[in-house]
Design a protein around this ligand. Structure first.
Ligand SMILES: Cc1cc2nc3c(=O)[nH]c(=O)nc-3n(C[C@H](O)[C@H](O)[C@H](O)COP(=O)(O)OP(=O)(O)OC[C@H]3O[C@@H](n4cnc5c(N)ncnc54)[C@H](O)[C@@H]3O)c2cc1C
Length: 414
């Protein structure tokens, strides 16, 4: 149970990623929320606003087969509801997608392919021509044998060894994570929440009760202590900088976005690939490739344990890692090879060192009024709505009603 049920609440959320922004949204939609009795402030360290970290640079998969199950169940339902209520299709690219595991070999590309435009592989002239009109000569029997869906035409059938669907239709969807996160924040602001640009430097705790946070404002550089009755730590990979006992570590991952030629149709699939590199015997790479609405394709590579900078704005992008992702996806898709690379980016996702997670709930044994919502690993986009709904119930009602999240309680991790 949290304190102050029914009395005036001053809620501070540390972190304007998908978890923080979704929590602000759910709090403002709670039946007992009223701006006259409850204030909600989201403090975000980036000078550029919300969703500058993993929440703006993730793939955006939302899946019934994600984990942990107890959080996925409520999150998937909430994603569907949010999309219906706020026109998520147009606002944040909500749609159902096919999702499969693709295995095959990459085509050997010439140096020209480094630009991401128009380079050929072993079947250069044929692929190039086909890429222009978005169709490809196809052998239905061969496609069926390999398991390739009829409309998945943006991977080279001849390089495909096998494709297998990972889930039944209707079990996998997607959002554009940056648009979803910023929409949650905007919708929360419409109902009275406030976004503050600054970096929290410390929690204020007195007599076992949270009393506020200290922050440095981005614009003025001024230090200030804001009073709070409830503080939610939702600072992703940076959460231990606020509460050092949190067992959260940071994993960096690179990604690129590619805009195929306008004449090309990219059917809505997300592929988990296993690509045998043509020039390096026995070596495989596994980029994830996400078709997105609006003629965009997102692809991400493996993680690394690079040093976490103090601020999300200082995350370093290794151009070579982005080049490699682009080359790998280009090696199996003429359509992506002929596209234009739009974004090259990197971000840190928060992982729970002890396994399991995320960590969601009240940390009253540290201080009354302190709540944790972090460690969402590779499923934070999927699980944000459920996390946020649970926290809103915990703070406004005193207990979580939408799910049984006992396994995720901070006392199991700290
Ligand atoms: C390559 C990649 C692909 C992914 N794909 C998917 C996917 O398809 N589906 C899925 O469900 N998940 C995916 N994820 C995981 C998902 O991105 C994360 O789990 C999620 O974004 C975590 O959200 P967050 O709000 O906890 O953290 P973040 O997005 O990192 O947000 C934390 C925020 O806190 C701010 N902050 C930090 N310290 C302070 C401070 N002291 N004061 C104020 N603000 C502070 C930061 O600036 C940051 O904006 C992917 C992750 C990666 C890296």
């Amino acid at each position: 149970m949290s304190d102050n049920i029914g009395s005036r609440k001053e809620i501070i959320i540390i972190g304007g990623g998908i978890i923080g922004c979704s929590t602000a949204y759910q709090l403002t939609r709670h039946p007992s929320f009223s701006p006259s009795t409850t204030t909600i402030k989201v403090i975000e360290a980036s000078k550029h606003g919300p969703a500058q970290g993993a929440s703006g640079k993730a793939g955006g998969l939302v899946a019934k087969w994600a984990y942990p199950k107890e959080l996925v169940a409520v999150s998937f339902t909430e994603h569907v509801r949010l999309a219906e209520e706020h026109n998520g299709k147009d606002r944040w690219g909500w749609r159902f997608v096919g999702c499969g595991s693709w295995e095959g070999k990459g085509a050997l590309l010439s140096k020209d392919s480094d630009t991401g435009v128009g380079a050929g592989g072993r079947r250069k002239s044929l692929e190039k021509k086909v890429g222009l009109d978005g169709t490809r000569a196809s052998d239905p029997v061969s496609r069926q044998r390999k398991g390739l869906p009829k409309d998945l035409l943006w991977v080279d059938e001849n390089l495909t060894h096998s494709y297998s669907s990972m889930a039944p239709d209707g079990d996998t969807a997607q959002v554009h994570p940056f648009l979803f996160t910023t929409s949650m924040m905007d919708l929360a602001i419409e109902k009275g929440a406030e976004l503050i640009s600054g970096r929290v430097t410390g929690l204020d705790i007195s007599d076992g009760q949270v009393t506020g946070v200290t922050l440095v404002h981005n614009n003025s550089g001024q230090k200030e202590t804001l009073p709070a009755t409830h503080v939610i730590i939702a600072a992703g990979a940076w959460s231990p900088s606020i509460l050092p006992s949190l067992p959260i570590s940071a994993t960096r991952a690179h990604s690129v976005t590619i805009h195929p030629k306008p004449s090309v149709t990219i059917a809505p699939y997300v592929l988990f690939t296993e690509i045998a590199l043509p020039d390096r015997r026995g070596v495989t790479v596994s980029p994830e490739i996400y078709a997105r609405p609006g003629n965009e394709v997102y692809a991400c590579g493996p993680g690394d344990d690079s040093f976490l900078p103090k601020n999300v704005d200082d995350v370093l992008v290794d151009e070579a890692a982005c080049d490699a992702i682009q080359k790998h996806v280009a090696s199996i898709s003429p359509e992506l090879r002929e596209g234009t690379v739009h974004k090259r980016q990197a971000c840190f996702l928060p992982t729970v060192e002890t396994g399991g997670g995320p960590i969601v709930g009240a940390a009253s044994y540290i201080a009354q009024g302190l709540f944790i919502a972090t460690g969402h690993t590779c499923w934070g986009i999927c699980n944000a709505p459920g996390t946020a709904k649970a926290l809103s119930e915990l703070i406004m009602d005193g207990s979580i009603k939408c799910a049984n999240l006992k396994r995720l309680n901070p006392s199991n991790f700290l």
